[in-house]
Unconditional design. Structure first.
Length: 393
């Protein structure tokens, strides 16, 4: 579906569900894929994501009272969910609407509670559970919409910070800032080299002569990521606290390889040492990868992607057989420059850089091996790097 077709469908659904169509505007915020720098964003390290051209669309209008009503084209059966500005608490029953509700709640914490409620119909074209940040796109979308409707004085970086804050404190996932930042700050044909220790960033043009970025979705169902994710984060925080008894650092991302090697025995738990090692070396790899890209050394970038996956598999332990199969089969194929898991892990997607002439063989061979080993199919998409949130005129 084209963007205009999505807009038309959203507006028609809005009228059908809420019974009016005056004052309705349509908006979009993108999902993201991370090229390298995984599980570094809550360790004060670097990440290198880009916004996608797929994401979440919303048709929204202000109301005169305090009610907030939600409807999703992705979950039509759930029907309309209703809440109000004075009832901003998370609940299992609220399902997906906990994400937009969380943004309203986070705005209230900032003293920016809108003075009226609103009606919202959304549609997302990010595959469900793919780890391409459908929730972050919904958070950024909601922040962007409310800024526009209520004239809130917020930058796009503020929208990312608010999104992360609501996900951490309202939705209970202790994620870093990468996904919300990539969605809020996305720029067509560019990746974002972000230092999560101070949110300084730089755009890096992604011009791959004769190659494309391909996402492969494991289609793994039933992800239990939040608890595992939070456990990894906690272990890194404990490692940091131990290092801080001796070293003047704010995050594991502050450590050089030499400093880590000289001090790693302070971490007595071998598992904790492995987790901290990943955080330190993944951050170094990310900086090296961006240097390599700037120097036009895409082969080196690809090697670092592979090392990133190996570290996530062997030390950080967040891959699993599905992601490992996709990455390991990809590495065997001539013309695959690099391949690794992207996002939180335990399922979701890999990201690969593949030479144009190798793409068909890559999809066919990796797809076949995956089906043989896992028993269901993987899905492949060619990445287009898009812009951040916007109004759809
Ligand atoms: C998830 C989180 C991000 C980041 C990645 C791993 O996508 O939302 O903040 O930690 O996992 O790099």
């Amino acid at each position: 579906m084209t963007e205009q077709e999505i807009k038309k469908e959203l507006l028609a659904k809005f009228k059908e569900v809420f019974g009016y169509d005056n004052g309705v505007k349509v908006y979009f915020a993108p999902g993201r894929v991370n090229l390298i720098g995984e599980h570094t964003d809550y360790n004060g390290g670097h990440v290198f994501p880009c916004a996608l051209t797929i994401g979440t669309y919303g048709a929204v209008a202000k109301r005169d009272d305090k009610k907030i009503r939600f409807f999703s084209l992705n979950f039509e059966k759930i029907g309309v969910k209703e809440t109000s500005l004075s009832d901003l608490t998370p609940s299992d029953e609220a399902g997906w609407t906990n994400y937009p509700k969380g943004i309203v709640w986070a705005l209230e914490k900032r003293g920016m509670l809108p003075d009226t409620g609103f009606d919202m119909v959304i549609f997302g074209n990010i595959p469900n559970g793919s780890g391409l940040s459908s929730s972050a796109s919904l958070e950024v979308l909601t922040g962007f919409i409310l800024r526009d409707l209520y004239g809130l004085d917020l930058t796009n970086i503020d929208l990312a910070v608010i999104g992360q804050y609501s996900e951490n404190n309202f939705n209970g996932c202790n994620c870093g800032i990468m996904d919300q930042f990539a969605s809020a700050m996305g720029k067509k044909d560019n990746a974002i080299f972000l230092d999560t220790s101070d949110l300084s960033y730089e755009y890096a043009p992604i011009k791959l002569a004769g190659a494309k970025i391909i996402i492969a979705n494991t289609n793994k169902k039933h992800k239990l990521t939040d608890s595992q994710y939070n456990a990894r984060r906690q272990m890194c925080e404990e490692a940091l606290a131990i290092f801080q008894t001796k070293l003047d650092i704010k995050g594991l991302g502050d450590l050089s390889a030499e400093e880590f090697e000289a001090n790693k025995d302070m971490l007595k738990d071998p598992d904790m040492q492995k987790k901290a090692k990943h955080a330190v070396y993944e951050n170094i790899r990310t900086k090296d990868a961006v240097e390599a890209l700037k120097a036009g050394d895409i082969e080196k970038f690809g090697k670092l992607m592979r090392q990133s996956h190996e570290s996530l598999r062997d030390d950080y332990d967040v891959t699993g057989i599905e992601l490992d199969t996709l990455a390991e089969e990809a590495w065997k194929i001539p013309g695959v420059i690099g391949s690794r898991m992207t996002g939180g892990g335990f399922g979701g997607c890999t990201v690969s850089i593949v030479k144009d002439e190798a793409i068909e063989n890559f999809k066919e061979t990796v797809g076949k091996k995956y089906l043989e080993k896992i028993g269901y199919e993987a899905t492949f998409y060619t990445v287009e790097i898009g812009d951040g949130p916007r109004v759809i005129d």
